[in-house]
Design a binder for this molecule. Structure first.
Ligand code: GLY
Length: 581
């Protein structure tokens, strides 16, 4: 028996009223899609929902989630619906050919997390991206078939639903199938993202597919994806066996063979999603629950919060020179640790408890000066005690019972490797680039790695994804996360500080300009209008280098207001959208 048999979980029985509501969804989605195309997807800030809320990267996916919640589904049911809907309407990062992490907390405070990160195929080896001189071959881990890790999303969604879902799996898949089969209109931002990748699609694919039929995509273009609808129907009817076995698996492996990829049927059959203990730490009067290894996100976030907690950030002021300097100094120390100590805990003894020990973190800040930048060249990873073993997307959900779900999922780069599984209609990830191809050589996000994150067969590559849930006095306060590669951790960090220290509303917080430092390169990246020119001057006088850049992250979050209503924050940097009731 393989790990992906359809399970025999009793399926909830839907009332005729709920069934009829779910049946009306396709007509509603087509109408909404056309409305969004004609008026643009920008959403005026929604300030609150009384019962339940979903925030995701695409209006149609958020509406799928809200319709499941209204039909009596819980937050995990809604997550399954949103996940598969994003795989259709948001192909740059929504996926079934990628992976991610889910963190959930129920209304009684019990928290769980699922690791459905991709794995290296069995034929992967440490030097697979190096030439005969030991140098990294550009793009080999980033584009095309060799960049693909074994996908985890279908197994992850199944694991979540199997234990915590309440509505039938098939009903949760159906909205995504309807969107793929009946069609939807392209948003301007998705058209722009596609146009940047058409050449790559043509280079790495040999089978015809809609995405490279045209030279230029435009907002409002009508998208029908019958191959993807058929693939999703197999998953609806057979669960993970409809993906990791049978015709869809055959198509994936045939695609690998066409492009000299190394993933095999055995790799697909061996894939398993893992339940892992989420990390829990405190920040001021809050508890922060986040994802542990093989994501670096939770460890790094808790380290950052612990490093800044002794300082009076709220009296420094939002984006004041003092606040930015302090946060950047914490970031450079934490990213130095990340590069050395973080990797897949099934392959490397990640010293999580040591990295989070207060005494260790106090030691890390001993070289902090309030007046001067510490050059990254003088910062190295610490020696914690071993006490134990950019284009991504995030969605946040809270249901009427108070269960929260925080999921960050990715193909890695936009449209992943650019390889679309011929005949099956979905893109495969380029997650192999998140391994350290060679110590000291940065990956696509400029991140460095070492032994802990070296390539090994069956190993999960290190991630920065940081799906997070924050509570205050044991009550749910916030669900938060973002895409953004290496900037994910610092974007979540800033949003927690915006809420806890600067008392912002959720919409203001996700919209606020952001900055980022990752130890190397030794510079503060910042968004346009993030800093007053006088603040830039003070930071430069302290010895910081600053570099303006494009958008940092797309934070989708929900804040629970005093009294219990839900205030969503859909990041205006994308098509992100909140829905609920
Ligand atoms: N692929 C980006 C990450 O996992 O951090």
């Amino acid at each position: 028996m393989t790990k992906h048999v359809v399970n025999s979980q009793p399926q909830a029985v839907l009332s005729p009223e709920i069934k009829s509501k779910m049946r009306q969804l396709p007509v509603f989605f087509i109408a909404l899609s056309l409305m969004l195309w004609s008026c643009g997807p920008e959403q005026a800030p929604i300030l609150r929902f009384d019962h339940a809320a979903v925030v995701s990267a695409h209006p149609l996916a958020s509406e799928v989630g809200a319709s499941i919640l209204k039909a009596g589904g819980n937050a995990v049911d809604a997550a399954v619906g949103v996940h598969f809907a994003l795989a259709v309407v948001f192909p740059q990062a929504g996926n079934i050919g990628g992976g991610g992490f889910l963190v959930t907390r129920d209304e009684h405070g019990a928290a769980h997390s699922i690791d459905f990160r991709e794995k290296a195929p069995a034929a992967a080896f440490r030097e697979m991206y190096l030439d005969e001189f030991g140098e990294v071959i550009p793009d080999l881990s980033w584009k095309g078939h060799l960049a693909v890790g074994v996908p985890g999303s279908v197994a992850g969604m199944w694991a979540a639903h199997d234990s915590l879902g309440s509505l039938p799996w098939a009903d949760l898949l159906q909205p995504a199938i309807d969107l793929a089969a009946l069609g939807f209109a392209l948003t301007a931002k998705e058209a722009e993202a596609l146009n940047e990748k058409i050449d790559r699609f043509r280079t790495y694919n040999t089978r015809p597919a809609l995405w490279w039929e045209k030279d230029v995509w435009q907002a409002g273009d009508s998208i029908h994806l019958p191959d993807l609808a058929r693939t999703l129907s197999y998953i609806r009817d057979l669960g993970p066996a409809g993906f990791y076995q049978g015709p869809v698996a055959d198509s994936m492996i045939a695609e690998m063979q066409r492009g000299q990829g190394i993933m095999t049927h055995e790799d697909l059959l061996a894939y398993d999603a893992q339940w892992r203990e989420p990390l829990r730490g405190s920040y001021r009067d809050c508890e922060v629950i986040s994802m542990g290894p093989p994501s670096s996100g939770g460890v790094a976030l808790l380290q950052l919060l612990e490093l800044v907690e002794p300082f009076p950030l709220s009296s420094y002021g939002f984006h004041s020179a003092e606040a930015v300097h302090l946060m950047v100094e914490a970031e450079r120390r934490v990213y130095a640790d990340r590069a050395k100590h973080l990797g897949d805990p099934d392959f490397w003894p990640v010293p999580v408890a040591g990295l989070l020990q207060p005494a260790y973190l106090q030691e890390r800040m001993k070289s902090f000066s309030e007046n001067a930048a510490t050059p990254s060249d003088s910062i190295f990873a610490g020696n914690p005690l071993v006490l134990e073993s950019t284009e991504t997307t995030h969605y946040s959900i809270i249901d009427a019972q108070g269960r929260a779900v925080s999921v960050t999922t990715t193909l890695n780069g936009g449209y992943g490797s650019g390889v679309l599984v011929g005949g099956a209609g979905f893109f495969l990830n380029n997650e192999m680039d998140d391994f350290s191809a060679k110590p000291g050589v940065p990956n696509a996000y400029g991140l460095l790695g070492a032994e802990a994150n070296a390539i090994e067969p069956g190993k999960r590559m290190l991630s920065s994804m940081t799906p997070t849930i924050v509570t205050r006095h044991d009550s749910l306060l916030m669900v938060v996360g973002t895409p953004g590669g290496s900037t994910i951790i610092t974007s979540v960090f800033q949003n927690i500080i915006n809420i806890v220290d600067f008392n912002m509303g959720m919409n203001v917080s996700v919209s606020a300009p952001r900055f980022h430092h990752q130890w190397r390169p030794d510079q503060i990246d910042y968004e346009k209008d993030a800093f007053d020119p006088k603040v830039i001057q003070v930071l430069e006088n302290m010895g910081h280098k600053l570099s303006i850049r494009g958008p940092i992250g797309r934070v989708d979050a929900i804040l629970v207001l005093p009294g219990g209503s839900l205030s969503p924050g859909a990041d205006p940097r994308g098509d992100d959208w909140s829905s609920g009731y």
